[in-house]
Write a new protein. Structure first.
Length: 201
């Protein structure tokens, strides 16, 4: 039998699923990751190798830089490197607490997955986590293995940005009722949940 291009694939060999992009770490964690880079790279380009040298670690740098790009905290220039953004500067060195908190909300809006979810569920009750995982898999090309982590990070970020109250209502980012703070403070945000729809589909 002729082999080569006509050779059948090994049925026992699994093809690795590739998930659509989603932040692999929280905004809070990525701000901690970006903060020490300002001293070395505030106005200059840097590479992953530069970051590894400054932070003296390498295990999660690829993931963290990718998340920083998705949140708008770092810009990537193909073939050149990365640069901290004005958004990062305004959060890490704000002129007021209000400016810092407004820009944290802006970070939350930046990832494509998040902007889609915000558009769909703003002002409404989020589905339970287990349902949200299925929605990410079916409608947003997140693999079934990645969906639990993607949902966990999304919920943590929504709480951190002050956009998710105790009733799991996802508040519109431009809401005048928005109050960003700790989870306990967020739970005190007054939101009229009566009649809120729950479109899990």
């Amino acid at each position: 039998m002729q082999q080569g291009n006509n050779q059948m694939m090994d049925p026992d060999k699994k093809v690795k699923e590739r998930s659509a992009a989603y932040p692999g770490a929280t905004i809070e964690d990525i701000l901690e990751f970006v903060s020490p880079l300002r001293n070395s790279f505030r106005k200059t380009l840097f590479t992953r190798e530069d970051v590894s040298a400054v932070l003296q670690r390498g295990s999660t740098i690829r993931r963290d830089i990718a998340a920083a790009v998705q949140y708008g905290l770092v810009d990537k220039t193909v073939g050149e490197g990365y640069r901290l953004t004005q958004l990062a500067e305004h959060i890490l060195e704000p002129v007021s607490q209000e400016e810092r908190l407004d820009n944290i909300v802006e970070c939350f809006k930046r990832p494509k997955l998040y902007s889609d979810l915000i558009e769909k569920y703003k002002g409404q009750v989020l589905p339970p986590d287990e349902v949200l995982r299925v929605i990410l898999t079916r409608q947003h090309d997140i693999t079934s293995s990645a969906a639990p982590h993607a949902v966990e990070i999304f919920i943590q970020n929504a709480n951190y940005a002050g956009l998710l109250n105790k009733q799991r209502v996802l508040m519109p980012p431009n809401s005048t009722e928005l109050s960003v703070g700790t989870k306990e403070e967020n739970d005190l945000v007054l939101v009229n949940t009566a009649g809120c729809a729950t479109p899990y589909g």
